[in-house]
Design a protein around this ligand. Structure first.
Ligand SMILES: Nc1nc2c(ncn2[C@@H]2O[C@H](COP(=O)(O)OP(=O)(O)OP(=O)(O)O)[C@@H](O)[C@H]2O)c(=O)[nH]1
Ligand SMILES: [Mg+2]
Length: 297
């Protein structure tokens, strides 16, 4: 790991940042040292999630435009571009986001989660923390709401924006349990479609039953309608971020510890140990697991 890489990232060197992200993705030697050298950062992390095609990238794109007008710098992580559920979308994302190429106020990185067994990208916590070391005012993470993704992203973001589109009320009832609870801001995008008002009132009543005071924003991202309200909502939420810090750190630590433990137990070595241990007449699987977890075998 080049010794100055952290300083270069802090100074806004995008090439160094891109290189460091690749090193973390590939777990190159020295990447843990880099992570261990990261200073505390309070850069807000905003997660954007929602069903495939809801308009997440379009919303993120117009937010970027709005924030950089205010001289802000934004980093964006697009996770899941290779998802088989929306194979065509990545191209769309690229075309849309291409307009930021070369813009010094915007850093965009797409992460493919190919190979990961569902859930978020396996290095999302580390890469987000790396971005937090850069000179950005906001980190945006776009992740498609498949499986447990919405819930997981909410655990590691300071604020979660759930993007939905008008549909039948069944859709709200059909939202996976827990999803309504995790959002801080609801965007009802594609409000140019029929049924938007009805959808919003159904959403309002569904939320009314919950306890959390979340905002609902009506948007038509393609016409840039509702952007100001969303910017305001995100900025208002910032006040509550410090009170969540311990929770977010806990969630991140949990993911990191789990990942490290998974790395430690590889099947091949487990196979070897079991082949040896199971020769014993007294072998018991549960005692074996207990011993394995509590000490070296
Ligand atoms: N009519 C209408 N179309 C929209 C609106 N917002 C986005 N779209 C369109 O919806 C399609 C999907 O938008 P994206 O922004 O790519 O959606 P996404 O949620 O990022 O999609 P994935 O990343 O594939 O899950 C695109 O064709 C957009 O132009 C809107 O407010 N109204
Ligand atoms: Mg997208």
């Amino acid at each position: 790991m080049p010794p100055n890489i952290l300083r270069e990232i802090q100074q806004g060197n995008e090439r160094s940042l891109a290189r460091a992200i690749s090193m973390i993705e590939n777990q190159t030697t020295g990447s843990l040292e880099l992570l261990k050298s990261l200073p505390i950062s309070k850069t807000p992390v905003i997660g954007f999630t929602g069903p495939p095609g809801a308009g997440k990238s379009t919303v993120v794109d117009i937010l970027i435009a709005r924030f950089i007008q205010q001289e802000k710098k934004i980093a964006v992580l697009c996770v899941d571009p290779s998802s088989p559920f929306h194979a065509g979308a990545f191209l769309g994302d690229r075309i849309r986001m291409n307009r930021w190429t070369g813009n010094p106020s915007v850093f965009i990185r797409s992460l493919s989660s190919r190979g990961a067994l569902g859930g978020l990208h396996p290095r999302i916590v580390e890469i987000t923390d790396l971005l937090k070391a850069g000179p950005f005012d906001y980190i945006f993470i776009e992740t498609v709401g498949i499986g447990q993704n919405e819930i997981e992203i909410a655990g590691i973001a300071d604020c979660t924006v759930l993007i939905l589109t008008p549909g039948s009320g069944d859709e709200i009832q059909g939202l996976k349990s827990g999803v309504l609870e995790i959002a801080d801001v609801f965007v009802v995008n594609k409000s140019d479609y029929p049924g938007a008002k009805q959808f919003i009132s159904q959403l309002e009543s569904a939320l009314h039953m919950g306890s959390k005071g979340a905002d609902i924003i009506e948007m038509t991202a393609t016409q840039e309608k509702g952007v100001e309200a969303l910017v305001l909502a995100i900025e208002e939420k910032k006040a509550s971020f410090p009170s969540r810090e311990i929770q977010t750190l806990t969630e991140k630590a949990f993911r990191l510890i789990l990942a490290r433990m998974k790395q430690k137990i590889d099947r091949a070595s487990l196979h070897q140990i079991i082949a040896r241990e199971s020769l014993s007449e007294n072998f018991n699987l549960y005692s074996f697991v207990e011993n394995y977890l509590t000490g070296p075998l």
